[in-house]
Design a protein around this ligand. Structure first.
Ligand SMILES: [Zn+2]
Length: 399
C-alpha cells in the first residue's frame, strides 16, 4: 500500500488512498465545447494529468475517463447565437481543446466518450429511476425528486436554501410548472422547438447534464468509481446530483474519493467566459513554452484558488532554464552526490495530497546543488530528477 493521501471533498479531510485492486478508475468531467478553453481548464486537466502519472509511478494501473459534454444548454444557446450547427460548433472547440492539451503534454485519457454516443445508456438509467419511484415524468420531461433522497447535499454540505440559490444561478428553472419541488433537476428534457433531440419512451428530447456523467462514468468504470474529479465549481449542482441519481439507480456507493481543483482568478474575479476575463492557452503559447506553463500551474496546489499573474510565468521560465542547465552538466567521476533526502522530501510532498509546489521546490534545490557540485558524481541525482520531470510532465530529458 502506498503512503498517498488524498483530500476527499466529501469527508473534507485527507484520507489514505486505498484500493482493492492495483487498477484505479478515474473519471474527470470534461469540457462543454461551446467556446475556447482557457488557462483555468488547463489547471484542472494538468493537475489530473499529474495524478495519473503519479499513480502510475506508485505502481497502479489507471483507467482514465474524461468525457465531452457535447450536448447541453450552453452548446444550444451558443450555436443559436453564432448561427452555427451545434455539432460543428462542439467538434471545432473540442479539437482546439485537444490540441491545447497535447501542446501542454497532457496524456490522452484512456477513454474520451461523447455524451451523444451514450443516449441509450442514459435512457436506461432514467427508466430505472422512474421504476424506483425517485423520478417522475411530466409532459415528456423526467425529473429527479430530490426529496426522495435525504442525502441530497451530502457532498456540498449546503442548506436547501443555498442549494436552490446556486442552482438557479446555474440554469435551474425554479418556476418550471412541471416540477414538484423547485430543486428537482431534469433527467430528460422534452424537445423544445428548433433543438436537437433523440427518441425516448417519453417522446423526443435530450438528456439532462448530470445524467450524462453518471452514465459515462459507470459505463466504463463500473458502479463505484475510485476517483471522480473536476473543477470545484462542479460540486453543486453537478456532482451532488450525479451522486443521488447514480446511487438510486445502482444501490451502490458511487464515488470513493472526490477531488476538486481550485478556480483561477484574473483581474480580481473568477476566470470565466461570462465575465470575459480569460487567459487563453493560445495566447500563452506565443510567449512561453509548455514546460514553463506547466511549471507555473503546478507551482500552485491543485486545490488552491489563485490569481493569474504573468510574473509567475516568468519565474516558471527561469525554473525551466535552471532544469535545462542541469541537463547539460557533465557528470564527475568522484563519490556520488547523496540524493536520498531529496527523494524522500519529494515523495512526502507528492504523497501529501499531491503537493506539487513543494515537490517542485525540492527539485529546484536539487538542481541548484547539482550545478554547484565540483567533484561528486551527479548522475544518480540527475536520474532522479529525470523521473520527477516525467511525473510533472516536463519534457526536459537527459541524453
Ligand atoms: Zn460531469
Amino acid at each position: 500500500m502506498s503512503a498517498l493521501r488524498i483530500y476527499n471533498s466529501e469527508s473534507k479531510r485527507k484520507e489514505r488512498f486505498r484500493t482493492k485492486a492495483k487498477r484505479v478508475g478515474l473519471y474527470v468531467c470534461g469540457i462543454t465545447p461551446y467556446d475556447v478553453t482557457h488557462v483555468g481548464h488547463a489547471f484542472t486537466y494538468t493537475s489530473f494529468d499529474v495524478l495519473v502519472r503519479y499513480l502510475g509511478y506508485l505502481g497502479y494501473g489507471v483507467t482514465y475517463v474524461q468525457n465531452l459534454t457535447d450536448i447541453d444548454d450552453d452548446i444550444i444557446r451558443k450555436s443559436k447565437e453564432l448561427k452555427k450547427q451545434w455539432r460543428r460548433l462542439g467538434e471545432e472547440n473540442a479539437q482546439k481543446f485537444l490540441e491545447d492539451m497535447r501542446w501542454l503534454n497532457n496524456e490522452q485519457p484512456n477513454v474520451y466518450p461523447r455524451a451523444t454516443d451514450h443516449i441509450e445508456g442514459m435512457i436506461r438509467i432514467v427508466r430505472k429511476l422512474l421504476k424506483r419511484g425517485v423520478a417522475y415524468e411530466r409532459k415528456g420531461s423526467v425529473y429527479f425528486s430530490v426529496s426522495a433522497d435525504k442525502g441530497y447535499g451530502r457532498l456540498s454540505k449546503l442548506s436547501k436554501k443555498r442549494m436552490l440559490l446556486i442552482a438557479n444561478e446555474r440554469g435551474n428553472d425554479p418556476n418550471d410548472p412541471n416540477k414538484k419541488d423547485p430543486l428537482d433537476f431534469v433527467l430528460w428534457q422534452a424537445k423544445k422547438p428548433g433543438e436537437p433531440s433523440w427518441p425516448s419512451p417519453w417522446g423526443e428530447g435530450r438528456p439532462g447534464w448530470h445524467i450524462e456523467c453518471s452514465t459515462m462514468s459507470t459505463a466504463y468504470l463500473g458502479h463505484t468509481v475510485d476517483i471522480h474529479g473536476g473543477g470545484s465549481d462542479l460540486i453543486f449542482p453537478h456532482h451532488e446530483s450525479e451522486i443521488v441519481q447514480s446511487e438510486a439507480a445502482t444501490g451502490k456507493r458511487f464515488v470513493r474519493y472526490w477531488m476538486h481543483t481550485g478556480m483561477l482568478r484574473y483581474k480580481g474575479a473568477k476566470m470565466s467566459k461570462s465575465l470575459g476575463n480569460l487567459v487563453l492557452i493560445g495566447d500563452l503559447k506565443k510567449t512561453y513554452s509548455a514546460n514553463a506553463v506547466r511549471i507555473y500551474l503546478l507551482s500552485h496546489h491543485y486545490r488552491s484558488v489563485f490569481e493569474f499573474y504573468e510574473k509567475g510565468l516568468r519565474k516558471a521560465k527561469r525554473r525551466e532554464e535552471l532544469f535545462k542547465k542541469v541537463w547539460r552538466t557533465q557528470s564527475k567521476t568522484g563519490k556520488s552526490l547523496d540524493v536520498v533526502e531529496y527523494e524522500k522530501k519529494w515523495a512526502r510532498a507528492m504523497d501529501d495530497d499531491l503537493n506539487t509546489p513543494k515537490a517542485l521546490e525540492t527539485m529546484e534545490r536539487l538542481a541548484g546543488c547539482i550545478l554547484k557540485e565540483k567533484t561528486k558524481n551527479v548522475s544518480g541525482a540527475k536520474a532522479f530528477l529525470n523521473i520527477a520531470f516525467g511525473i510533472m510532465g516536463l519534457t526536459i530529458e537527459y541524453r
